[in-house]
Structure formats: C-alpha cells, structure tokens
Ligand binder design. Structure first.
Ligand SMILES: Nc1ncnc2c1ncn2[C@@H]1O[C@H](COP(=O)(O)OP(=O)(O)OP(=O)(O)O)[C@@H](O)[C@H]1O
Ligand SMILES: [Mg+2]
Length: 235
C-alpha cells in the first residue's frame, strides 16, 4: 500500500481536483484506491457527491465507482465526537478499508493539525503548483515543512513530485512560469501538465470526476496520463 498526500499550503492550486481525478484515473488502471477527504471544508466529498449516491446522502465511507472509495475524515471525527485530528484516529478511520493498494489524501490549504497529519501519515507528497506568476512563492516554505516532518515524525516521507496545474500554453506568461518551475525543480516536476480546462471545474460542480463527466476532455485525459506516470510507465 502506498499513501500519498496531495498538499500545498497555498489555496486554490488544484489539490482537490488532483486528488479526485488522480484517484479516479488510478481506479481506471485497476488499482484499489481509497481517497481520504482530509480537509474540514469537505471539498473532495462535495466534488464526488453525485457518484453512486443518488440521494446525495452524507456517508462516512462509500464506493464512488468500482475500485474507488471515498472516506470523509471530518465526518468520522464528528461521529466520534472529536475536534482534533490525530494519526491514531485516522488509522482507526481507514483501518476497515486497507485492502486498497493506493491511498490518496486531499489536504487542506494550511499547515495546521490537519495538514501536518496528512504529511505524517504519508509515504510521499505530491505538490500541485498553479501555473501563475507567483508559482514558486511559498514552495520553499512547503519544502521546509516537509523536511521538518521528515526529520521528526515521519522519516519515510518523500516528495513524489510537483505537478503543474491550470497550464495554458497559449499564454506567454504560462510558458515562462512552466520553464521557471522546471528550471528550479528539475526532474522533480512531473512531465504531465494539467491544462486549464473548464470541464474540470464543471465536473466538480456536477459532483463528478472529469472522467465520468466528459472522458474526452483534455483535463480528464491529462489526469489519466498522470496516473500512468505515477505508476512508473514510460512517457
Ligand atoms: N486544471 C484546471 N482547469 C480549470 N479549473 C481548475 C483546474 N484545476 C482546478 N480548477 C478550479 O480551480 C478552483 C480551485 O481548485 P481546487 O479546489 O482543486 O484547489 P485546492 O487547492 O484544492 O483549493 P483549496 O486550497 O481551497 O483546498 C476550483 O474552482 C477548480 O474547479
Ligand atoms: Mg481543496
């Protein structure tokens, strides 16, 4: 089993979109995936509310599609009457579902008790970086936090890679940003880039992964390519 947190303390960079759509793409590749909503905002849960859930009921853990389960850690905590998320409570929450071979954690845009828990519980962290002028801002701080967690609570934590999101190759500015990020972070940047694609946002507002909303959309196809890359397939 491999546990990956999708994290960046910067808000709105595509963490939840990546967590949801990468999980769906890994399930398409015959993985057994457990997606954990580790954000008290519950955005991953909202983004999947129309999947195999016709009444839109709030459930702590449910099957989204064959091969993919969604576990809402905020709901688990509420039921247990706890406010503070801890590693032992997270382990208790996912213990019944550990037949999964991939666990993806959608982390909040903060390094608080929730964000730190994601890093503490993971083998690796995948860091989405929005293609925009201040893309590199905050990354040094994020890497310091990862280093801090590695040297104290979780020595096995490694950076799986940086993922460029919302890339628009027609924008000269985006081309510069992509080159800057690749120039600084080198081979740690995934070769897959996630394009700016309105269908990704539309799919979320319909409560579906992009694959189930429009499987031919560039965003859905990019996440499938990312799943191949994460699996170590050749480009
Ligand atoms: N590749 C993309 N193309 C177009 N829109 C996108 C793309 N990725 C994400 N979005 C949109 O950008 C917004 C922020 O994305 P998302 O919620 O995934 O970011 P986040 O990092 O999880 O945010 P938060 O920090 O609040 O948790 C959403 O409205 C989402 O639909
Ligand atoms: Mg989010």
């Amino acid at each position: 089993m491999r546990i990956t947190s999708i994290a960046n303390q910067k808000g709105g960079v595509g963490k939840t979109t990546t967590a949801v759509n990468l999980s769906r793409a890994l399930a398409l590749r015959a993985h057994k995936v457990l997606l954990v909503d580790l954000d008290p905002q519950g955005n991953a849960t909202l983004a999947l509310q129309k999947t195999e859930n016709p009444q839109g009921r709030e459930e702590e853990c449910r099957e989204v599609c064959p091969g993919l389960r969604l576990l809402s850690f905020p709901l688990f905590l509420r039921r247990k009457g706890h406010r503070t998320p801890t590693f032992s409570l997270l382990q208790e929450a996912w213990e019944p579902y550990l037949e999964a071979d991939r666990v993806i954690l959608d982390c909040p845009p903060r390094i608080d008790a929730w964000g730190l828990l994601g890093l503490e519980a993971s083998d690796s962290v995948l860091i989405p970086v929005q293609s925009e002028f201040f893309a590199m801002q905050g990354l040094a701080q994020m890497l310091q936090v990862v280093e801090g967690v590695r040297s104290t609570r979780n020595p096995k934590l490694n950076v799986e890679g940086f993922l460029l999101t919302m890339v628009d190759w027609r924008e000269p500015l985006h081309r510069d940003v992509v080159e800057e990020v690749r120039g600084h972070l080198k081979e740690k940047v995934f070769w897959t880039e996630i394009p700016r694609d309105l269908k990704l946002a539309e799919a979320t507002s319909h409560g579906l992964p992009a694959w189930d909303y429009d499987p031919a959309s560039p965003g859905a196809l990019a996440y499938l390519q990312l799943a191949r890359e994460v699996d170590g397939d050749e480009p």
